[in-house]
Design a binder for this molecule. Structure first.
Ligand code: BEZ
Length: 211
């Protein structure tokens, strides 16, 4: 069955390019991203893994660990890492999970048979410190993902987990946030000392609270 927001992120053990992992133990107490790619030695996937490796410090800043998965075996992943490093100006710095028996792919519903019977689609799961699913994304094999967008969503998720705000369309770090509807006008001065702009009774903005 498909995983939905708020569901427990299934645990598993697996071989990876950085050794054997128990997924939940490996995640520890922070955030995580698990993303699938269709197959090793493929062009779009090569660029995606290189992009994430080059962005490692941005994920670290946010306390987010990254893991990729595909249904190819470990020896294939290990060989491919050399190509990723060579072609993408990076040094791979996060694990690629080997999933030749499709255990992880099935747990996370990453094979969409009407798209491809065998290979995983480009799924992304953002997992919170409570091991719950906070975001899911599914892209087709032909479209490489925008990992800056994934960082942007993580910024929003981490902010809205702490403050009674939501983030508007195309929001980026540093921009005004929306005060959640459950907050009463009378509570605003106490919760948002930087002030508020009232556009409509249900549309109230405040400067980003944690900056
Ligand atoms: C790729 O990563 O380039 C790719 C993989 C499967 C289908 C199409 C493209």
């Amino acid at each position: 069955m498909a995983l939905r927001l708020g569901d427990d992120a299934p645990n598993f053990t697996a071989e990876t390019t950085e050794g054997h992992i128990d997924f939940h133990q490996w995640l520890g107490t922070g955030w995580g991203i698990l993303f699938s790619h269709p197959a090793d030695y493929t062009p779009v996937c090569t660029t995606e893994l290189g992009a994430v490796a080059r962005m490692r410090s941005e994920f670290d800043k946010r306390g987010v660990k990254c893991a990729a998965v595909s249904v190819d075996p470990l020896a294939s992943h290990q060989g491919w890492v050399g190509d990723i490093n060579e072609t993408q100006r990076c040094t791979m710095n996060f694990p690629i999970i080997a999933d030749p028996d499709r255990k992880v792919a099935q747990l996370y519903d990453m094979i969409h048979p009407n798209a491809d019977a065998t290979f995983t689609v480009r799924s992304v799961f953002v997992i919170g410190p409570d091991k719950k699913i906070k975001l899911t994304l599914t892209y087709p094999a032909s479209t490489g993902r925008n990992f800056l967008e994934i960082l942007r969503v993580i910024d929003s998720l981490q902010l809205t987990a702490k403050y009674k705000v939501a983030t508007p369309a195309n929001w980026e770090e540093g921009q005004d946030c929306i005060i959640t509807p459950a907050v009463k006008d009378a509570e605003i001065p106490g919760l948002f000392p930087k002030g508020a702009r009232h556009i409509k009774p249900y549309l109230r903005y405040t400067p980003q609270p944690n900056r």
